[in-house]
Design a protein around this ligand. Structure first.
Ligand code: EPU
Length: 347
């Protein structure tokens, strides 16, 4: 089924709960609806402006979106046993990621438990390569089924072709962004004991006997509860910025800045990557600039995790969120010489 909504308020379609307006939203339920839904959207779109949205958990809408939003709401999943405890699960792109994770944990499959509690859809997770607590969604993806808008055909794209990286996939590369609508995601999970407990607070679980995916899920949900706002209570788009990665040359420049700011280099949390590049938590940089817990108008910086920008009063506008973003980017740049890049997508 295909549904069309004209002049629609977007508050229910974004977890930042921005009350933006959109000319037209086209939503469809079945894989085979995709070609007709796209034709319908193309007929409605002034200047052909069409964007694809999933669960809206990583989007900052402008105050008014003049164009058509396409929302694949394909539901349901099929499980195919592969032997050796492995299972192939084909999931509709519109399935809420946490519903899938909760189900797989309950029936004893390992693979997605560390991604418990992440808001958004399965399709969005496949595009963004959503990640948390040492695991990225792309690690379980085998392939995705898409409708190729430009080529007017269905395609299966394999994990190898998806070029997964840190919050990155082929579908985020400029030449492909907006070309493919993700309809189904095929993942592989396993009932063989394979917990991923590298993230600090999870290490304690490794000594627990007969640990289950459901127990890891409970621990993850507790960690999330202690740091992140609950989507039902406070609007946010999760991490607003990416954690910056700097090379060894930039690290030297950064160390000079630390010296002039009287900050001991040893106090800087950091992760050295294989190529000697260094990832510095954006949360730390933002906190050092004094932003943790501050508000600017109706927009705010979450008091327990400054990487999360929130709709503090529920009435924040897109402009207020963007003003807060710019103010933070400017302070971090002037104090540390590092330019934060947004993790969110603007529409
Ligand atoms: N930190 C501070 N102050 C704080 C909080 C954190 O200085 O108030 C520093 C600490 O040094 C801490 C470090 O930041 O060790 C990292 O913090 P955290 O473990 O909370 O993770 P993060 O790097 O801030 C990333 C992801 C999150 C994911 C967590 C856990 C990105 C952009 N964000 O955040 O993903 O949940 O790791 O794995 O990579 C999301 O993408 O929307 C998201 C929430």
């Amino acid at each position: 089924m295909i549904r069309t909504y004209n002049n629609i308020g977007l508050k229910p379609f974004n977890t930042l709960r921005l009350d933006s307006l959109c000319d037209c939203l086209v939503e469809f339920d079945a894989v085979e609806d995709a070609p007709s839904a796209v034709s319908l959207a193309e007929n409605q779109a002034i200047d052909g402006k069409i964007a694809i949205i999933g669960g809206g958990s990583n989007i900052v809408f402008s105050e008014e979106y003049h164009g058509v939003l396409l929302h694949p709401a394909v539901q349901g999943w099929d499980v195919e046993m592969l032997g050796n405890g492995r299972a192939k699960v084909t999931v509709g792109a519109g399935v809420e990621l946490d519903r899938l994770v909760s189900h797989l944990c309950a029936v004893g499959y390992w693979g997605l438990e560390n991604l418990s509690g992440i808001p958004g859809s399965v399709g969005g997770a496949a595009v963004q390569n959503a990640g948390a607590y040492g695991v990225e969604f792309g690690e379980v993806v085998k392939s995705i089924k898409v409708w190729d808008i430009a080529g007017k055909k269905f395609l299966d794209i394999s994990r190898e072709e998806l070029h997964y990286g840190y919050r990155h996939s082929l579908l985020k590369e400029p030449e492909y962004a907006g070309r493919y609508i993700v309809l189904e995601v095929c993942i592989e999970v396993s009932s063989d004991y394979s917990p991923r407990l590298t993230y600090g607070p999870l290490k304690a679980l490794s000594s627990k006997e007969n640990l289950t995916p459901a127990e890891v899920r409970t621990a993850i949900l507790e960690i999330r509860d202690s740091k992140l706002p609950k989507v039902e209570e406070v609007g946010s788009a999760g991490s607003y910025f990416k954690n910056p990665v700097i090379d060894s040359q930039e690290w030297k420049v950064f160390c000079k800045r630390l010296e002039s700011e009287n900050i001991d280099v040893e106090s800087v949390p950091r992760f050295v990557l294989e190529n000697d590049n260094v990832k510095i938590p954006a949360a730390w940089l933002i906190e050092q600039c004094g932003w943790k817990g501050r508000t600017l108008g109706n927009a705010g910086v979450w008091h327990k995790q400054p990487l999360i920008l929130v709709n503090a009063t529920g009435n924040a506008s897109s402009t207020e969120i963007l003003n807060l973003e710019s103010a933070i980017v400017e302070s971090v740049n002037s104090k540390f010489g590092i330019e934060l890049k947004p993790e969110v997508v603007y529409l």
